[in-house]
Design a protein around this ligand. Structure first.
Ligand SMILES: CC(C)(COP(=O)(O)OP(=O)(O)OC[C@H]1O[C@@H](n2cnc3c(N)ncnc32)[C@H](O)[C@@H]1OP(=O)(O)O)[C@@H](O)C(=O)NCCC(=O)NCCS
Length: 383
């Protein structure tokens, strides 16, 4: 195997990098990009592994720098997409070196956590990432949306670039109530984007796409909801309700259904899962990531964590925030991937102790459970 070098990608290497991603994920090619160079990539860090002698691109990855919301606070984050190694170069450590370099570059740029949708859990677990949640896309009957309360005060228009700050505000307000939400991305998969207005103010937004109908389900296409946010419950209901206008061309709306959210509580019947995946989280800077997130109010206590490969740190939680200091006498031992799963509220500490992923006394483990309690984390926008 020739020697490889990992580094930032040069603009002229982008076509070769996109060809690698296309070849690795041929069933889902990357979203088409504008050919006129108008795309804003200032918040993206593209990296490559190249053959040292020929400079041929052997592997590629890209992260988008953004915020991710945890416990009501925005944590500087990186969303990792499109890791692909040329089929001829796999199995020689190229992917591992590229991911380590990408994570280091993201941390250097200020990101404290990294979020990704893996095709290969084992590979990312070795890089310190743990499962953070599920991403289940459901096929909701368009007809069923007709039963939701209509908000007749809403009117719609196509979103413009000038709407981005207000939409980002709506996304952020929603994000403070839940976990795992990424900052608004103006691109949102190059989808059709609408804003909803009430009395001249933007109170909602959605990004929609289309996909072929599932065999036997009728209609001309299925609507896919890439994002949908309302400023208040009436606006959110109204946005869902108005998707029923696509019936009968679209018999189904394919969408994430947030556990415990408005849509889940008001759908009249069970829906089919049409896509199911997990997503993963990595803590790029363990103490800083623990200090940056929010914690449940009313919970106070101290846990001393011994994190494999990172040393011992003391976590003092009070008034919704944590103070993190080096050292202490450990009360809990665990690895970085499991700590990331805990951080996401996906791995329950009591269960983790039972399975051997974590060691600790009852009080410390019980306290950890309360620190990371919260709504299931949903990575709810494409990147
Ligand atoms: C997954 C992929 C990125 C791995 O790259 P690679 O260069 O072959 O991986 P490496 O040789 O660096 O392997 C690093 C470690 O991960 C493990 N690993 C790699 N691919 C794995 C897989 N599919 N399943 C389980 N473990 C895997 C290796 O065994 C190795 O473990 P070790 O450190 O204990 O030796 C590459 O195979 C690829 O591009 N696949 C197609 C696209 C894809 O799946 N991308 C990733 C998801 S977004």
């Amino acid at each position: 195997m020739a020697r490889t070098v990992v580094r930032a990608a040069r603009p002229e290497e982008r076509p070769a990098a996109e060809a690698l991603v296309g070849a690795a994920f041929s069933a889902e090619p990357p979203a088409p990009r504008p050919a006129d160079g108008s795309e804003d990539w200032s918040d993206h860090l593209p990296r490559v592994a190249v053959d040292e002698e020929s400079e041929r691109v052997l592997a590629t990855s890209v992260v988008r720098l953004c915020g991710q919301w945890w416990g009501g606070r925005r944590v500087p984050a990186a969303a990792l997409a499109g890791v692909a190694v040329d089929a001829t170069a796999r199995g020689h450590g190229v992917g591992r070196a590229l991911v380590a370099d990408t994570f280091a570059a993201a941390r250097e740029a200020g990101a404290l956590v990294v979020a990704l949708i893996p095709s290969t859990h084992a590979f990312y677990r070795k890089a310190g990432c743990g499962i953070a949640g599920r991403r289940s896309v459901y096929a909701v009957g368009t007809h069923d949306l007709r039963d939701l309360p209509r908000d007749r005060s809403l009117s719609y228009r196509a979103a413009t670039p000038q709407d981005a700050p207000r939409v980002a505000e709506l996304v952020a307000a929603h994000a403070t109530r839940t976990n795992g939400v990424l900052d608004h991305d103006r691109g949102t998969g190059s989808a059709v984007q609408y804003v909803a207005e009430r009395d001249g103010a933007v109170v909602g937004w959605c990004a929609l796409g289309r996909r072929p109908v599932r065999p036997g389900h009728g209609g001309n296409y299925a609507v896919t909801v890439l994002d949908l946010v309302g400023a208040d419950p009436a606006a959110e209901f109204g946005l869902w309700r108005d998707l029923a206008a696509d019936e009968p061309s679209a018999r189904e709306v394919h969408t994430l259904v947030r556990p415990g959210g408005l849509l889940e509580q008001h759908l009249p019947r069970q829906t089919d899962v049409v896509e199911d995946s997990t997503w993963m989280l990595g803590l790029l800077d363990v103490p800083a990531a623990l200090a940056a997130r929010g914690y449940p109010h009313g919970v106070a206590g101290r846990v001393v964590l011994d994190v494999t490969g990172h040393g011992v740190l003391t976590l003092d939680v009070a008034a919704g925030v944590a103070r993190v200091t080096d050292g202490g006498t450990p009360t809990v031992q665990l690895g970085p991937a499991d700590l990331a799963s805990l951080y996401a509220g996906h791995l329950d500490p009591v269960t983790a102790r039972h399975t051997g992923a974590l060691h600790g006394e009852d009080d410390a483990v019980g306290l950890l459970r309360t620190f990371f309690a919260g709504p299931p984390a949903v990575l709810d926008r494409p990147f």
